[in-house]
Design a binder for this molecule. Structure first.
Ligand code: ATP
Ligand code: MG
Length: 331
């Protein structure tokens, strides 16, 4: 079985269901918004939330993808930075529990967390992110030994904001002979790092995952034309269009893949699990269309649960469907 290494933000979601908007007002958080907060505010908010009973869910985009590839049975590793604290320990031990080899680096800053205020009858979510230790991950943290022995290297697009880090990571991954994939992560990261992103995709990336708005930010085109352009720049391009499915292209080979049927309640994590399914199938040598289908099968499971963790019955169902797809496409 081929192996995969990923690099990303080691972030833990801290979720609290609140009786009213009092705390939102106290910390000047507009309902439904996403704000970055400094350490002091981050610590005060966390303390305040604890009174309501909090739930901790270690996550981050690439970490979610690598957890998923580990569950598929691929040897999976993760590089990220945490603080020397309980939240960091929880992140590391949770990754390990799922079978991921957590190559954690340590910062003097406290561990990154995404504090989620859940309020009102519709369970509306307001986010206060404290990035902390995650932002301290830098090029000096990386060396070739971390990459050796891995077949794939998956990059979380959010990290492209640290261009020196990603330049070095991409160079080391190439040197180690890895197939390099990237999830573009967010249209504003793509917009604000335009030239760097283009250079990265053209010269290092083999497989690119973009959703509609990221593909538009990168190419200034709508999905069907955007994928043509992306596929000219790297080996495989994937453009995801949410409940409308995805498109995959390699050279002149193009497929549209409808979304798998799902009783959607929360789309969080769809992109991360899609990437895991796609890469797993790719590592088994599956045809391009089947890679997209396997991504779609597993993404359709995560949208049926709240949050990013697929429950055991759904994993069982997904693995069965995926085994059947693989068997039907193996010679
Ligand atoms: N409502 C849904 N029902 C079934 N499948 C879905 C649904 N939403 C998303 N998917 C599947 O997940 C894939 C990725 O979703 P999406 O296009 O939202 O990616 P994304 O924007 O990167 O997601 P994320 O917000 O997790 O980063 C889609 O191509 C589709 O196959
Ligand atoms: Mg995404």
């Amino acid at each position: 079985m081929k192996s995969i290494l990923g690099i990303g933000n080691a972030l833990t979601d801290v979720l609290a269901v609140l009786p009213d908007d009092t705390l939102l007002k106290k910390y000047h958080l507009p309902k439904g918004s996403m704000q970055h907060v400094d350490m002091e505010t981050g610590d005060r908010i966390w303390e305040a939330l604890k009174e309501y009973g909090v739930k901790y869910v270690p996550g981050g985009s690439a970490a979610n993808t690598l957890t998923c590839t580990a569950i598929f049975g691929m040897p999976s590793g993760f590089i990220g930075k945490i603080g020397n604290d309980d939240l960091g320990n929880l992140f590391k031990s949770t990754m390990e529990q799922y079978g991921v080899k957590a190559q954690m680096l340590y910062s003097r800053k406290s561990s990154g967390r995404c504090m989620v205020f859940i309020t009102g009858a519709n369970a509306e979510r307001t986010f206060a992110d404290y990035m902390g230790a995650t932002l301290e991950l830098g090029p000096d943290d990386l060396s070739i030994e971390q990459f050796q022995g891995y077949d794939y290297f998956h990059i979380e697009g959010y990290l492209v904001q640290n261009q020196d880090l990603i330049s070095k990571a991409a160079r080391l991954a190439k040197q180690a002979g890895c197939t390099i994939s990237i999830d573009m992560a967010s249209y504003n990261v793509v917009e604000s790092n335009d030239a760097f992103f283009h250079n990265l995709v053209e010269n290092y990336v083999d497989i690119v995952f973009a959703n509609e708005s990221e593909a538009r930010a990168f190419t200034k085109k709508e999905p069907r034309e955007a994928i043509d352009e992306l596929a000219r720049l790297c080996d495989i391009a994937v453009v995801k269009v949410g409940k409308d499915g995805s498109m995959v292209k390699q050279g002149d080979e193009y497929h549209y893949i409808p979304a798998w049927p799902a009783a959607t309640i929360d789309a969080t994590g769809a992109g991360d699990t899609y990437a895991a399914g796609f890469l797993y199938a790719h590592s088994l040598g599956m045809p391009l269309k089947v890679c997209g289908e396997i991504g779609s099968v597993i993404a359709a499971k995560v949208v049926e649960v709240i949050g990013t963790k697929i429950d055991v019955p759904r994993w069982k169902a997904a693995k069965k469907e995926i085994r059947e797809l693989i068997a039907a496409n193996s010679k």
